[in-house]
Ligand binder design. Structure first.
Ligand code: MSP
Length: 585
């Protein structure tokens, strides 16, 4: 039998169509978002005029942590770092070292690469701006801006800081005296010397982008994080935004990429350097997959370049803007700004040898507060690592795996009568609080990792470790009689709960201290495929579900988790200076 629909039903159906269509579209876009599991994180590329210092390692450790965290969440992640090798500063440093620029750059670039490999910085691409692939990307990018009429020939007259490779307005400079008492002008922001320059240059129409930049920031309140730096950029955009000189005369600057079509001019080093992020993404060819999910980690001193110039260049070239610009503050040493002239520059390689690689990573991320500057002292490192890694976390693992308490060397059984879901059994109020805290820990950590507040994530983990130690201490399982079946069940339950807590801590700490977490999880018998975010499932037996670890043999005992540090770890000749790179000024 055939069914006909009447005119009314037909109309009703038609009126439903837009809603159905919208619904289908919405489903498709959430579907796309859900499937969109790519992530691209970058560090700034490092100047090769001097050896790596603590601040450089800090930028790299933050980015590495974000990359590892995304991998644990099942994302495909790219992580780029590398070196910034062109510009006047590098040209002068190579001259001072009596080396040809490329040999000079290669030497220092290798030092950075060595530091990063030693500190488990798991980059997937190491870019050098002297590479051919980068030159092609920069030339292409320049041509796009040129063809759109966004670059024009003009002349620049004003202040320039070679140290910062930055142009400054008269309001951004002040008077100062140099070491010989001579009057000079310096940048208000960095304190570096500036010089007056007058040159024929190519200019970029930066002034035309003010309102688009404001729209971007207002429409994306988390584009620059933490919030105070977003405010700082908005403030910058209230000030004068003159067009930007994007080239230097070749006779002044030879060490750089020539302007396409005009060999008398060299491309400005910041334009050259910023394009590195695109080069790694595959620009100008297949760059979309990575470029649309790009996030940058930078220090506060290079905010203007990344949150004003870079987005303006990208808008000009018709490319998407980075998803997030994570900004961190600086490290001082014993209260002073790190500087070669003061001689207090901290060598991160030496530190990681003294305090271990994981020790340094933990310290930097636990003490580093993105919003404000932080101070480094050896003593602080030692105290923190002894308290939190050696005593608290290491002590907990040691207690729960010691043969006296765990003679069978297994993940023991959980007894739901000893620790029922409703209060009762032998568990007390504080134990229930602890379970709540550990259960919600992954979400807390996730939130803080996402906003680059690693110190808050570590604070939360550390508080939970203390609670678990308190739990063990409260119930003194070593005093229970293993021959009494009820006591034995309760003892096993205490150890089971503690090992479950340790498993959660070990999993969440992988992005911060990969070696120590690996040691911890291996000791618990947790297999590599059981270490992802999706495998967290804290204390499933308490929920009445199966626990894959129950009854499983522990992994081999490979010694203490983190060895306590003593004064023998700290070399007495303070402060540690970085090896003067061939060139340091
Ligand atoms: N080459 C530029 C970046 C170009 S990115 C397209 C540059 N290089 S740098 O070597 O001077 O700095 C690299 C990073 O180290 C920056 O994020 C900077 O903020 C960071 N640090 C430099 N000194 C620092 C501290 N004292 N403390 C923390 N980080 C600091 O800028």
């Amino acid at each position: 039998m055939r069914h006909f629909i009447g005119l009314r039903e037909h109309r009703q159906l038609l009126s439903l169509l837009p809603a159905l269509f919208k619904h289908a579209l919405r489903r498709r876009s959430t579907q796309l978002c859900r499937d969109d599991r790519s992530y691209y994180i970058t560090t700034p590329i490092f100047y090769v005029n001097a050896s790596p210092h603590l601040g450089h390692l800090y930028s790299a450790v933050i980015a590495d942590c974000l990359h590892r965290y995304k991998l644990l969440q099942g994302f495909k992640s790219q992580f780029a770092t590398g070196t910034d090798e062109h510009g006047l500063k590098i040209q002068q440093a190579a001259e001072a070292a009596g080396k040809d620029p490329l040999t000079f750059c290669t030497d220092v670039s290798e030092r950075f690469r060595h530091l990063f490999s030693s500190c488990n910085i798991s980059y997937t691409d190491y870019i050098r701006t002297t590479q051919q692939r980068h030159r092609q990307a920069v030339e292409h990018f320049w041509s796009v801006l040129w063809n759109k009429g966004l670059i024009y020939k003009g002349s620049y007259e004003g202040w320039y800081s070679t140290q910062d490779e930055s142009f400054l307005t008269p309001l951004q400079v002040s008077d100062a005296l140099d070491s010989s008492g001579k009057e000079i002008k310096v940048s208000l922001e960095s304190g570096h010397k500036v010089e007056w320059m007058k040159e024929e240059n190519y200019m970029f129409r930066l002034s035309a982008f003010r309102s688009q930049l404001l729209d971007w920031l207002r429409g994306n309140p988390h584009a620059v994080q933490p919030e105070r730096f977003q405010q700082a950029v908005l403030q910058l955009l209230q000030e004068d935004l003159p067009d930007l000189s994007v080239s230097r005369q070749r006779n002044r600057l030879q060490w750089g990429i020539p302007v396409p079509g005009d060999p008398e001019q060299t491309i400005y080093v910041w334009l050259d350097a910023l394009v590195n992020y695109l080069t790694v993404a595959g620009y100008p060819h297949e760059h979309d997959q990575w470029w649309r999910v790009a996030h940058h980690v930078i220090g506060k001193d290079i905010l203007k370049f990344h949150a004003v110039y870079w987005p303006a260049f990208l808008l000009g070239a018709g490319l998407p803007l980075p998803k997030t610009i994570y900004v961190h503050s600086h490290w001082t040493v014993e209260g002073k700004k790190m500087s070669k002239s003061v001689g207090n520059v901290v060598d991160p390689l030496e530190c990681s040898q003294m305090f271990t690689t994981d020790g340094m990573r933990y310290f930097l991320l636990r003490q580093g507060v993105p919003d404000s500057d932080c101070d480094y002292t050896d003593n602080k490192v030692m105290k923190l690592l002894n308290a939190e890694l050696a005593d608290s976390l290491g002590g907990l693992l040691n207690r729960c795996t010691a043969p006296a308490l765990n003679p069978a060397q297994v993940y023991p059984c959980f007894c739901p009568q000893s620790f029922p879901r409703e209060q009762g059994g032998r568990a007390v109020e504080e134990d229930y609080h602890m379970l709540e805290a550990v259960k919600s820990l992954p979400a807390v950590v996730e939130k803080h990792y996402e906003s680059m507040h690693m110190y808050k994530a570590l604070e939360a983990i550390s508080a939970c470790v203390r609670q678990t130690n308190g739990f063990v201490q409260r119930h003194t399982p070593w005093k229970l009689d293993q021959r009494d079946s009820k006591d034995k069940r309760w003892q096993d339950t205490i150890v089971h709960v503690s090992l479950e807590c340790l498993r959660i801590y070990g999993t969440l700490l992988q992005p911060i201290i990969p070696e120590t977490s690996n040691k911890l999880l291996s000791r618990l018998g947790v297999q590599p495929e059981e270490r992802s975010w999706a495998a967290l499932n804290f204390l499933s037996r308490y929920q009445g579900l199966d626990c894959p670890f129950e009854g499983r043999a522990l992994g081999v005992d490979s010694g203490v988790l983190f060895t306590r540090l003593g004064t023998q770890n700290v070399d007495k000749e303070k402060p540690k200076k970085t090896k003067k790179s061939a060139n340091s000024k």
